[in-house]
Design a protein around this ligand. Structure first.
Ligand code: TXA
Ligand code: MG
Length: 311
């Protein structure tokens, strides 16, 4: 693809993780598998390294990053935990839950990570490769999804290379992401109320009533996101000749999310099907109806954004 980096593909073994740790220590960028999607990691304590993330993704600097940690103790050195947020961390970490908490003033973090917000997004991922990498280094890792800004999130090393080859130092190939949708994001407020900022694999709070309208608190939650680069039609019963069909349950497709109608399976395959649809020679994509219960709500959230044309 060309670019200023010769992007290395690393194996998900001891050697690959050691190499990735060395690149990160030196301030480089490594795409790393997690249980949700692949993340584009850089050391979170370096302005320069974090600046490279924004540059490689073409991400607007006002959109803050999630910081990944290996332990709750490390998280507590970066943000102020209340009884409620500690309980949420203990119940759900490691796992696909991101907590937005007040940032500690003495946190050793680059200012760019939080884009000048007084809050910090934190997560402890549940993936052996990401966990080993976090253990191998002695700094937290800032990691947004490893895709060009606005494009579909990656659930394989191949997806990462499709949008970032030549723009990052390395990718660790850890196979397909298990969960397949980005983490649930909740903010814990000063009065200990919990507000959901992004639906995802874990349900802890009802969707906040102002969500989708009014002020955008998670700036990445702009209406148009995860865009496959072509029109997307939702709740389709069948396909037109010029459409790539993404099926579910009884409705078969060119790519089917889950023949059995299983929502977890559908979540894990969503981005792979969107990537396939984006690559196909069909100019449009149609997607079958997905029930709005459980993780189906998070799938429909991503699909609505994918269907919204960019400004
Ligand atoms: O599953 C995930 O969360 C993946 C993996 C790699 O961990 N990461 C991910 O990062 O999805 P990203 O950058 O694609 O999405 C992070 C979201 C953005 O919408 C951003 O605006 C929001 O988190 N965010 C980050 N810091 C925030 C803060 N302090 N307050 C509110 N929203 C924040
Ligand atoms: Mg993203």
């Amino acid at each position: 693809m060309g670019g200023k980096y010769a992007t290395e593909t690393l194996q998900a073994n001891e050697g690959g993780i050691a190499r990735a740790a060395a690149i990160l220590r030196a301030g480089g960028l490594v795409a790393v598998p997690t249980e949700t999607v692949y993340g584009l990691a850089a050391r979170a304590d370096s302005e320069e390294a974090v600046g490279r993330i924004y540059e490689a993704k073409g991400r607007p600097s006002f959109n803050p990053l999630i910081v990944h940690v290996p332990t709750i103790e490390q998280a507590e050195r970066l943000a102020v935990f209340s009884a409620r947020s500690r309980e949420l961390a203990q119940d759900n970490w490691p796992g696909p839950l991101t907590l937005v908490l007040p940032r500690r003033e003495d946190a050793e973090l680059a200012a760019r990570v939080t884009a000048d917000l007084p809050t910090l997004a934190l997560r402890m991922p549940d993936h052996p490769v990401m966990a080993a990498l976090l253990e191998a280094v002695d700094f937290p890792l800032a990691a947004p999804s490893a895709n060009r800004s606005g494009f579909i999130s990656p659930t394989s090393a191949k997806h990462v290379l499709a949008s970032l080859d030549g723009r990052i130092d390395a990718v660790i190939d850890g196979g397909a992401s298990r969960s397949g949708l980005e983490s649930t994001i909740v903010a814990v407020r000063e009065d200990d109320t919990v507000e959901q900022l992004r639906p995802g694999p874990i349900e802890v709070a009802r969707r906040n009533s102002g969500s989708g309208t009014g002020s955008i608190e998670a700036p990445g939650q702009l209406a148009s996101h995860y865009a496959p680069g072509k029109p997307l039609r939702l709740r389709a019963d069948d396909r037109a000749d010029d459409e790539f069909m993404i099926g579910f349950g009884e409705i078969a497709g060119d790519c089917t999310l889950s023949e059995a109608g299983n929502l977890e399976e559908a979540a894990s395959r969503l981005y792979a099907c969107l990537h396939e649809g984006a690559r196909s020679d069909k100019p449009r994509i149609a997607v079958a109806s997905i029930p709005d219960r459980g993780i189906g709500a998070a799938i429909n959230d991503r699909l609505r954004r994918a269907a919204t044309p960019p400004d």
